[in-house]
Each structure stands twice: as structure tokens, then as C-alpha cells.
Design a protein around this ligand. Sequence first.
Ligand code: NDP
Ligand code: MG
Ligand code: MG
Length: 340
Amino acid sequence: MTKLYYDDDADLGLLNGKKVAVIGYGSQGHAHSLSLRDSGVDVVVGLAEGSKSKAKAEAEGLTVKTVAEAAKEADIIMILTPDQVQAQVYKESIADNLEAGNYLFFGHGFNVRYGFIEPPADVNVALVAPKGPGHIVRREFEAGRGVPALIAIEQDPTGDTKDIALAYAKGIGGARAGVIETTFKEETETDLFGEQAVLCGGMSHLVQAGFEVLTEAGYQPEIAYFEVLHELKLIVDLMVEGGIAKQRWSVSDTAEYGDYVSGPRVVDADVKAKMQAVLEDVQNGNFAKRFMDDQANGGKEFKELRAKGEAHPIEAVGKDLRKLFSWIQVEDDYEGTAAR
Ligand code: NDP
Ligand code: MG
Ligand code: MG
């Protein structure tokens, strides 16, 4: 079994006297900067001139500088801008400000794995990737818990990069939950596959298709929403607690039997073969190329797909229905596509 590292295996003291520049203040960026700061680490946030997030970060008491200034004065530079702009930000504002022995960190291996960023050999390169959305990473940290994290070491000229990465993971709460060592290749490929085939792509489209089947058959959209979207969380919570077996134990025998006989009719050998094709496109770089080419074209395809997704009828039904839920405690701070 793979080794898990916890708080006792990591020494926050290794970050004493080191300055961390967190580049970007979005989902992961705000979580890393605030939690590192709360862990006693010297943090500076690097943002582009005229950034929307500057005021937000400053209101939290953080120091904000330009990306170049932050990178220059830092020993550890964590790049947390969206993957598609990292290569450009690196080239324009970070590369010239790297010194031998600096630590260049990433929250996802994408740009290094596919060669969009090639750091110099005298710089340490590592990954500290929490396995959860940034807002949950921060929420868990504040609650005294953490989200599990992956670390990977790509370049280690100073020989202590793993200890520094573990200390960083501890600073954002990851070592409270457990840290696993991987490689940039494994993290990137499994992360892309997981989000495409199962977590985001697979799940979103399964839910949409289920909603369409029920509403096209004449059932009320509100009932369809409850059945295929709302209840999902309750099922997933059980899976996370005790595996698929616990979920099957908790549902009725009717539901469990239906799982066994109908699940394989929906997710059949054909679906599995298509998942393997998705993995191939991740491994051979076709997905990365398609994503980056579209970004170079202004994200035209991306924006069209986003608008199409947001226009699916399940969104309007859910929006109205959630207003009536007095029991949903989680703050819904998503403002919709228009605000993006
Ligand atoms: P976000 O989209 O939330 O990052 C937005 C931040 O990046 C904003 O502060 C934005 O500035 C800044 N930014 C955007 N473009 C530029 C630019 N050209 N120059 C400088 N700053 C810029 O990113 P995520 O947090 O989603 O992702 C960051 C990294 O973490 C990625 O590598 C991702 O794969 C990885 N990751 C993300 C997870 C997540 O939960 N979202 C989970 C695990 C890993 P402004 O405020 O001015 O708009
Ligand atoms: Mg991802
Ligand atoms: Mg039911």
C-alpha cells in the first residue's frame, strides 16, 4: 500500500525565512494564500495589473504585488492561475525572476506534463495538488480538517524539495487528511481522466440524460430534478464514507437490486471502451492540444459549450427549486455564466 504522509511527517519550520508567492487568487489561490498565512507562513499574492481579485485579497490582509514582483522576491512560487494561461504568465513574468534553488510549485501537472512550461534545471519543481475544489480546501482548513493532497517531485537540484512540498501541504491542511506521493505524469493523466470520464463529464451528462428521459416521458421536471440530481449528494456521501458497498447497504433492497441489473445496461462494455478512448486522448496529448488550441482561438468552442450547458432546462428548474430549500446550508455564491 502506498505511503500516506500526515502532519507528523511534515515540518512547517522548513518554511521559516522563506517567502511564498501564490500566483492567482481564484479557487485554489485564495485557499492556499489564506491557509498558508494562517499557518504562519510569509505569503505574497501575485496578480496581473488591474486584477479583479486584488481588493478581495487585500481585504483579507494579504499583500498583493504584480506577478513579476512576487515571483522575484519569493523562494517558493506556486502557480495557481488557470492552466491555459500559465505558460504565458510563466514566460512573461516568472521565468526571468527565478533564481537557482527556488522552488516552482504547481497545483496541477498539466503544463509541465505536456511541455508547455520547461523550467531551468537549477530550479526545484514540485506539485502540491489538493484533491478537492479550492473553496472546500479553505472551508475544511478553517474547520480544523483538510482535503487530501498529492505531491510530486519533478526536479530536485537542492535535494530537499519533497520536505518543502510536504511542509507546504501541511500549511494548507492537506497533511491533516493525508498526502500521497505521485508523479506529474500520473497526477495529470489520472486527474484529466477522472474529471472527464467520471466526476465532471460523466456525472454531468449522466444526470442531464436522466433528467431528459424523465421529462420527455412526461414526468414533472421538479420530481425529475430531485430524483437524478438532488439525491446524488446523499448517495455520494455514503460512497465516500464506506464505499459503494455502504451505499448499497443503505438504500432499499429494491434500489440495490435495480443497481445490479440496470446499472450495467447503462454503463456497458461500450461505455467502458469509450472511457478507454478518453484516456488515450489524455495520454497522447490530443485533449491538451485541443484545449490549448481553442484557448489560442479565444476559447470559442469552450464558450459555446459553456453557454449550451448553462441553457439546459435542468439549470432553470434547479435554480427555482433551490430557493425553496430551507435546509440547504451551503452558501451558493455562483453567480452564473454572465458573471464569469
Ligand atoms: P481560477 O480560474 O480560479 O484562477 C483564477 C485566478 O487566476 C484569478 O485570481 C485570476 O485573476 C488569475 N489569473 C487569470 N489569468 C491570469 C493572468 N493572465 N495573469 C495573472 N493572473 C491571472 O483557477 P483554479 O484555482 O481553478 O486553478 C488553479 C490551478 O489549480 C490550476 O492548475 C488547476 O488545474 C489547479 N487545481 C484546481 C482545482 C480547483 O479546485 N479549481 C483543484 C485542483 C487543482 P483575476 O482575479 O484578476 O481574475
Ligand atoms: Mg483537474
Ligand atoms: Mg428513489
